[in-house]
Design a protein around this ligand. Structure first.
Ligand code: SF4
Length: 297
């Protein structure tokens, strides 16, 4: 088992020297050679670059016992385990979750699976939430960049969401060529079946097939964040479209800026996954950053 932790998590635990962020979730990664080949991922089987995932650096956890001890004494509220889909990851993940249970924190697992029995095993072991990423909301682009069948994955998500209400999260990437309407309709559907949406801005990463693909304009990302916020507040009728693009909002609730905070499982902040610390911040990782930044784009 190769266990890594985000650099920010290690800084906060005092296991590495670096800037300590307001971080409520500790991020872990089970690493290996991925069997899939997503066009936007540094872990794709044709990329072979293992020390990062999105923009974040993931040093190896040298001493798991010390790591767990520090974690149990920390004020982290949640642990998120991101799993690279290497051969045999299931066994390692079940073993890791058992070890993590001693820390007594909510556990999210972000994993690519369509195996119901495995998902049930994870919940039975005490996992709080399962994150299974859709990433690409357009059917054709899903086949092209991620591989497989989007509708089959959606059926699986619907099935686990029905069995475990309010315990499922999915990730959506903005900026892969999909329309605003596709994102909007996917988020309405996810809200309706009780699944939480975590938004990511596409980030071109060196060495990946999509390294030259542009980032989404910040202004468009803000509109998608606002749409997500309104959908989950039951206010999606405030979103105005022109053809398949979000044109405007009829009105916005008083606290609309909260839409720009990182979305997903409770307490998930993912600092600097999508952005340079110098900005602009696509996902704003803390209230402090939200108050001190010009976030409208
Ligand atoms: S939303 Fe955050 S905590 Fe939940 S699975 Fe995704 S990265 Fe992990």
């Amino acid at each position: 088992m190769k266990l890594r932790s985000s650099a920010g998590t290690l800084y906060k635990l005092g296991l590495r020297k670096g800037p300590v962020e307001q971080l409520k979730t500790a991020y872990l990664m089970l690493d290996g050679v991925c069997q899939f080949n997503c066009g936007y991922c540094t872990h794709a089987s044709t990329v072979r670059k293992f020390s990062s995932l999105s923009r974040v650096l993931w040093p190896e956890v040298e001493d798991v016992s010390t790591f767990l001890e520090k974690l149990s004494r920390s004020d982290f509220e949640r642990i998120c385990v991101q799993v690279v889909s290497y051969r045999g990851f299931e066994e390692d993940l079940l073993e890791l979750v058992e070890r993590l249970n001693v820390v007594k924190r909510a556990i999210s697992v972000s994993v690519r699976t369509t195996n119901l029995e495995f998902v049930e095993q994870l919940f039975a072991l005490g996992v709080d939430r399962i994150g299974t990423a859709i990433d690409v909301v357009d059917e054709e682009l899903f086949r092209k960049y991620r591989g497989g069948n989007l509708n089959q994955l959606k059926s699986f998500i619907e099935e686990i969401a029905a069995l475990h209400p309010k315990k499922v999260t999915t990730h959506l990437i903005v900026g892969l060529g999909e329309s605003d309407r596709e994102l909007f309709e996917t988020m309405v559907w996810l809200r309706n079946i009780g699944v939480e949406t975590a938004l990511f801005a596409f980030t071109p990463l060196r060495g990946t097939p999509l390294e030259k693909h542009p980032r989404p304009p910040l202004e468009r990302y803000r509109k998608i964040q606002l749409a997500r916020f309104l959908i989950y507040e039951g206010l999606e009728e405030l979103v105005e479209f022109e053809n398949d693009s979000i044109k405007n909002f009829k009105s916005l609730p008083k606290e609309f800026q909260r839409a720009f905070l990182t979305s997903g499982c409770p307490s998930c902040t993912r600092p600097y996954y999508n952005e340079n610390p110098s900005g602009p911040l696509y996902n704003v990782h803390s209230e402090k950053a939200l108050n001190s930044l010009e976030v409208i784009g």
